[in-house]
Design a protein around this ligand. Structure first.
Ligand code: ATP
Ligand code: MG
Length: 413
């Protein structure tokens, strides 16, 4: 098998923007496989072909393509000329009936216990045979050569044939893609990334909608341990496997919290922290042209996530605050975190800065006027400026890998 045929999400990519979306997907696939022996990636009549070089490791290619957004499904495929006899012979050869290699671990002498199906589609309708004719012809030859039985509903072996203008592709096994939109088509968003389970999943959801997600993490080191920062960096690196490049801003927040503590009533502290985080995140977001903030909030999950508190917290920024998990249950979020691969890092014990100096029962219905009165005693603008100025920037790339600390935010965007 010398190619991978990628089918993108047809419906999502319809309309005037389609060529641009497809181009972006081609570019993302190229980047995702840059260190593998993929010799060419190109758009071809409604699908994308990756041509594999002799050193391409299929498992690695499959993993990379499987983590690329905007793909409905993909398959390892082979090319032949547009001649049905040649096509059928090549399929039979790959099925292993001739050389005793078998297919998908199935010995060729399994005879009529193997059920198979051939499905054909024509991107080029001028091909002299219809799809059912192709299916009958190729299917008939497979049956004859292998002694297998046709089963259209539950086949063990599913042969797909795609007829293009100057060649035919066939494949034997299809893999589901991640869905969503190609990374980058929806612009940038800034996600408030804690070390917890939820925010990485929220970030992933926005990434899947085509956003390039940048991250900001707040920590109270050295008052608390540095564990949350390390977790945030690790999570950013894990999520970079999907969007290929990421940026994480790490903001020291302990001093800001100490200022809040000396002047604000204990039940309001969490809401005040979160309002300050929002302001700082918005400033960093604007700096990089991000059009929205993203959080992992789900209604009612913790005290700061009542509808009242979400409203008071969201009030201080003008960028839209997107909360993709707002209607999810914790166990649904946890399941997704496991699938993504962030769960194991998220559950490493840490000390989130939001827990610093907070009472057992924080206000669940913070009132706007009370919160504003408490803030009037604080030099908000100054605290935000100082926090933004000391934000540390970390850039991540995949496949090159690794989190590199690249400098202070004050110096560069
Ligand atoms: P998570 O699992 O994402 O930590 P949570 O259920 O623990 O969420 P909260 O701690 O109230 O809920 O946080 C809600 C959201 O606020 C988080 O999902 C995240 O977007 C943001 N947030 C909280 N703490 C931090 C932090 N230290 N740095 C950056 N963002 C944070
Ligand atoms: Mg948390």
């Amino acid at each position: 098998m010398d190619s991978v045929i990628v089918h993108y999400q047809e419906i999502a990519l319809k309309g005037r923007n389609r060529p641009w979306f497809v181009e972006r997907l081609v570019r993302n696939l190229r980047d995702a496989t840059a260190d593998l022996d993929v010799v060419r990636v190109r758009a071809l009549m409604g699908r994308i072909e990756l041509m594999l070089g002799p050193a391409a490791d299929w498992d690695a290619v499959r993993e990379r393509v499987g983590r690329t957004f905007g793909i409905a499904n993909f398959a390892r495929a082979r090319r032949t000329d547009r001649e049905l006899g040649e096509l059928a012979a090549a399929v039979i050869r790959d099925l292993g009936a001739g050389d005793g290699n078998g297919v998908a671990g199935r010995p060729p002498d399994a005879g009529d216990r193997v059920r198979f199906r051939v499905r054909a589609s024509r991107a080029d309708k001028s091909f002299p045979y219809t799809s059912p004719e192709i299916e009958r012809e190729v299917g008939g030859r497979i049956k004859e050569a292998c002694g297998w039985r046709v089963d259209l509903r539950h086949p063990d072996v599913d042969v797909r044939v795609e007829v293009l203008a100057d060649r035919v592709y066939y494949s034997l096994e299809r893999f589901p893609g991640l869905g969503g939109l190609p990374s980058g088509v929806s612009g940038h968003a800034m996600c408030l990334l804690s070390g917890g389970i939820d925010s990485p999943v929220a970030a992933f959801r926005m990434m899947r909608r085509g956003c390039r997600v940048r991250f900001v993490h707040f920590h109270a080191y050295p008052i608390l341990s540095s564990a949350s920062q390390e977790k945030a960096r690790e999570i950013a690196a894990l999520l970079t496997r999907y969007q290929l490049s990421s940026r994480l801003y790490v903001v020291a927040f302990g001093e800001v919290q100490q200022r809040v503590v000396v002047s604000a009533p204990p039940p309001l502290r969490v809401v005040l922290y979160r309002r300050l985080m929002m302001r700082i995140a918005e400033r960093l977001a604007r700096r990089i042209g991000a059009r929205a903030l993203v959080t992992g909030d789900a209604v009612g999950q913790v005290a700061s996530q009542t509808l009242d508190n979400l409203a008071v917290i969201g009030d201080v920024v003008t960028l839209p605050v997107l909360r993709p998990l707002v209607g999810f249950d914790k166990d649904e979020i946890t399941r997704e975190a496991r699938t993504l691969g962030t769960y194991e890092t998220s559950i490493i014990p840490d000390q989130d800065c939001c827990t610093l100096f907070t009472p057992k029962s924080p206000a669940t219905r913070a009132r706007r006027d009370e919160v504003e009165r408490a803030e009037a005693a604080l030099p908000i603008a100054e605290l935000v400026d100082a926090a933004v100025a000391r934000a540390e920037r970390h850039d991540f790339v995949f496949p090159e890998g690794g989190g590199r600390r690249t400098g202070e935010v004050g110096a560069a965007s």
